[in-house]
Structures are given as C-alpha cells and as structure tokens.
Design a protein around this ligand. Structure first.
Ligand code: GSH
Length: 307
C-alpha cells in the first residue's frame, strides 16, 4: 500500500525545518509544504498541535509530529532506506543532537541576530519574547558578536577536525549527525555576511557543506494550511496503542498528561497517552476543527506532567 504524503508545516528561513528538508532529499521523498508565518498566530496549525508552536511540525493524516527528533524518528520508521543511522551508529547521532540543537544552535541564533541587529522587526522581537519567556535583546546579541564568532568557529572547527582524515561524513557514512550539524552552518550562511571569512581556513568543512547542499530537498509541492487542516479532519489517527512495561514512572496508555518542551515554547499540550517508550510519547486529543488527532513528541528535552 502506498504511504500517505508527509506534510511539513514550516517556513523557508527555519533552520530546524532545513534539517527535515534535507532528510526528504536524502530519502528521495515527495512531500507537501505548508508555509506558516514566522510569528504567531498560526490559526490553522494550533487546532492540530494543541498549542505546540515551534517549527517545524509534520502531519501525516491526523497524526501530528512535534519537534524534529520525533519527525525524524517517524520518517526513519516509514522510510528506513537509505538510513540515517548506518551500521553501528544507532545512538550517537541522536545524542549529538543535544549539541547541535542546543548550545551550537543558541550560538548560531545569537550570531545571526547580532548581525541583523536593529533591523530585526519589532513584531518578531515581541513574538520571540513570548516564545522564550524572557527578553529577546538584540542589542545584547550585537554586543556579544565577538564572543559568538569565537564560539561558532570552535563548533565548526570540531567538524573540520572530524573530517581531517579525508572522510566525506562525520561518521563512516552519511548520518543524522551530518544533517544536524549542517543545520547551523546553513543557518549562519543565510544571515551572517562574513561567514566565508570564518569558514575560509576550514576547507573540509566547506566541501562537506557543499556535499550536503547537493542532496537537495526531495520533491516539494505547496499546499494551503486550510487543505492540510481538512486532511486532518477527514483522517483518523493511525497510531496503535503501545504500552511501556519499563516506564520508570508507571505511565500507561489511558493516563491524562500534559507534554511540553523543557527549554522554550513551553506550552503544555494535554491529552490521553496512546503510545510511549523511552524515546516517544503520543497523546490523543480532539479539537472541533480537526476531530480526534494524535500528537507525537520525543522524550529528550520534553516534560511529561500528570493531569
Ligand atoms: N527542538 C525543536 C526546536 C525547533 C525550533 O526552535 N524552531 C524555531 C524555528 S527554526 C522556532 O520554533 N521558532 C519559533 C516559532 O517558529 O514559533 C526541534 O527540533 O524541532
């Protein structure tokens, strides 16, 4: 039976979305692209996610995947070949995400906005202050530019060092580690005008970046947010019940929980557990515009709160 086409809710400038677009390219997938605005509100998306607002999210029918970790896990499950986890590397590419997606990403964001400086629009600043629950201080980011350049160089120098023996990819074969690290280089390339100067002494990194860019984005077809919402409304979630006998907190399908990120965009999404493991949790909820949906989250970097 043919697989339903994944729908990615994203915006073009989003580095986390670029991760997924490259994976669509690597796996040679056809996908639907719903372009969301860079700032809230996103009225056709919130009924699906239940409030989760970070970008991107992936939709397959009435199953909604929040955060790139769980999106990648699902894409790998549905389309195992070619794999992002070549032999012997089933764990570390995930763990490296805690470097690429957190300190390395925060370094790149600060660098990018420090460079843009006072040209960052006020409505964007206000939106990101809500996201962070704190000040989005562009002047402080500009003041931190020398430090951020240093840190960025240190991060990308590790990539250069890993490639020093002439290999093409960070591990023996292409893996999620390449995509996750590339996200930050791609992001800096969009916004940091002096990136070439920082990269110049790192020729292996530059060639690696070019190899990943050449992978492309797969076959992308635009779709409206209204059409995506209608697909969710017509579909039934397809996630089977799965319990976790080793859950250290005794959580089980049927329990009501709220799930939210532990760092920013901490909006709780409430629902009934359908499926869970050490790496995922899926909860059922309903909304008058979508009917029943199942919303999927990773466990790393997420809080699960009873009730
Ligand atoms: N850990 C998340 C991080 C996603 C993230 O921070 N995305 C940025 C855009 S690249 C975001 O959500 N910005 C605020 C927004 O789009 O509302 C993931 O892997 O998906």
């Amino acid at each position: 039976m043919s697989q339903p086409t994944p729908i990615l809710h994203h915006f073009d400038q989003s580095p986390f979305s670029e991760k997924i677009r490259v994976i669509f390219g690597f796996k040679k997938l056809a996908w639907n692209s719903v372009r969301i605005s860079r700032i809230m509100p996103r009225p056709d998306l919130m009924p699906m996610t239940g409030g989760y607002r970070r970008t991107p999210t992936m939709q397959i029918g009435a199953d909604i995947y929040c955060d790139t970790q769980i999106i990648i896990r699902e894409l790998e499950r549905r389309y195992p070949t070619p794999t992002l986890f070549p032999a012997g590397n089933a764990g570390m590419p995930w763990a490296l995400g805690m470097w690429t997606d957190r300190p390395f990403f925060q370094n790149t964001v600060t660098l990018a906005f420090g460079v843009i400086g006072d040209k960052v629009p006020q409505d964007f600043i206000e939106d990101r202050e809500k996201l962070r629950g704190g000040k989005f201080d562009v002047a402080a980011m500009t003041a931190a530019l020398p430090q951020m350049r240093d840190q960025f160089r240190t991060n990308i120098d590790w990539i250069e060092a890993q490639l020093a023996d002439g290999r093409s990819w960070l591990f023996d074969e292409f893996s999620l580690a390449d995509v996750s690290a590339y996200m930050n280089v791609w992001y800096a390339r969009q916004s940091v005008v002096t990136i070439d100067e920082i990269i110049k002494p790192l020729p292996r990194l530059a060639a690696w970046e070019e190899r990943i860019r050449a992978i492309g984005h797969g076959a992308r077809t635009e779709m409206s947010s209204g059409d995506a919402l209608e697909i969710a409304a017509k579909a039934q979630p397809e996630t089977p019940v799965l319990s976790d006998p080793f859950d250290p907190n005794g959580r089980k399908p049927g329990d009501i929980v709220s799930v939210m990120p532990d760092d920013y965009g901490k909006i709780p999404v409430r629902g009934e557990i359908v499926s869970l493991s050490a790496q995922h949790i899926a909860i059922r909820r309903s909304d008058e515009r979508t009917g029943e949906v199942v919303v999927h989250f990773p466990r790393a970097g997420f809080l699960v709160i009873p009730g």
